[in-house]
Design a protein around this ligand. Sequence first.
Ligand SMILES: C[S@@+](CC[C@H](N)C(=O)[O-])C[C@H]1O[C@@H](n2cnc3c(N)ncnc32)[C@H](O)[C@@H]1O
Length: 429
Amino acid sequence: MQSTNLIQNKEIKYKDISWDFRKDFTKYSNHGFHTYPAMMIPQVARRLIRTYGKNAKVLLDPFVGSGTALLEATLHENFEKAYGIDINPLALLISKVKTTPIDSKILWKEYHELIEKCLDDKKEINFSQKQIEKPNFPNIDFWFKPQVITDLAIIRKNISEVKNKDTKNFFLVAFSEIVRNVSNTRNREYKLYRMSPEMMKKHKPDTISTFRQKLKKNITSMKQYFEEYNKNCKVNIFPEDSRHKTSIQDGEVDLIVTSPPYGDSRTTVAYGQFSRLALQWLGYDQKKVLDIDKVSLGGVPTKDLIHDLGSPTLKATLQKIADVDPIRARDVLSFYVDFDKCVQELHRVTKKGAFLCFVVGNRTVKGVQIPTDEIILELFQAKNHYKHHNTFIRNIPHKRMPKINSPTNISGNHGVTMNEEWIVIIEKE
Ligand SMILES: C[S@@+](CC[C@H](N)C(=O)[O-])C[C@H]1O[C@@H](n2cnc3c(N)ncnc32)[C@H](O)[C@@H]1O
């Protein structure tokens, strides 16, 4: 897929490999706590904050995900407030923990107690002197081996006995991350596919040891964060929907740094599917967990292709897709109808002079590349005054997004590729 033919104004929109950060380490500070689909790389967030947030005091990420932009804001001396919004409880937990400083001395003490209790429980259960209550969500035996279920249940029970809420959440994030690692899911895939029978035979994870290693790494990172974070920056993360009125005051925000979802979770990134096993282990309501992708932007297709969105580029693109497949065109439209609602909300919460930075993927549907970077810009400019500063096109060298996606949700049926990201910067006038 070549993007260069899309460039209309070479002064404003161009490929800039200095945004690739090809060789940079992306897991410094607390950035490595938890994998998340389509994570922003911290270097991109950091550069956007440094370039467009020189005098900014309030940052917002309305699709906070695992909190990359929020964490970067707390490492920057300017900010007094950093807000995050997401509809996925796992995203809220991860971003909260990554931006909550805890003294590593406390964490080490709790760590030793926790691991000791887990190992004692395991011994007693092996000698049948103790029973452990196991969760009972659908298909648990399909996704986890019996010994793994027992070990995860032991860890979960002992974490639930930790008294301090921040420390408990810190442990829960490490627990959530290893749930996927010890499960029977295929490694490195964000969607839920089970390992092959051959791989299953070899798969004998030591769950408690995996948890232990993960915790040790996270505590070491937290020690560094505790020394570096900006104590004047208050973080607030809301379990809200950016399509509606949020808890943020009118005109409060100076800088937005965000990467919205790609839309159409069936074929791109399914945040709900990615989060499901961890959330089930964490005890979240089963129905809510299954509904995450539905409440995500573009989660429900529109009834028809009639719309009044002010983007000529969207209109032309939809027509091309509809000529091939009208149903897929409705899927695509639903994402932009939802995104347009977010445009109104972001317009309400930002100050005049605020910079809004969006990192987007221009996905391809039915062979038609959708220029989301241009559509977003047109949606903002359709109703309000926004100046387009730049669109930088970067390569995605890190494996944050599966470069090959399955357009039908059938494993092995590949089609869509995403090797680049568009960083769109606009200013509210
Ligand atoms: C591309 S991810 C963000 C990744 C993030 N930048 C990071 O570094 O981890 C997009 C996020 O948008 C969230 N999202 C989807 N629909 C939303 C909505 N209506 N309101 C708020 N967040 C939403 C998803 O749950 C997902 O966490």
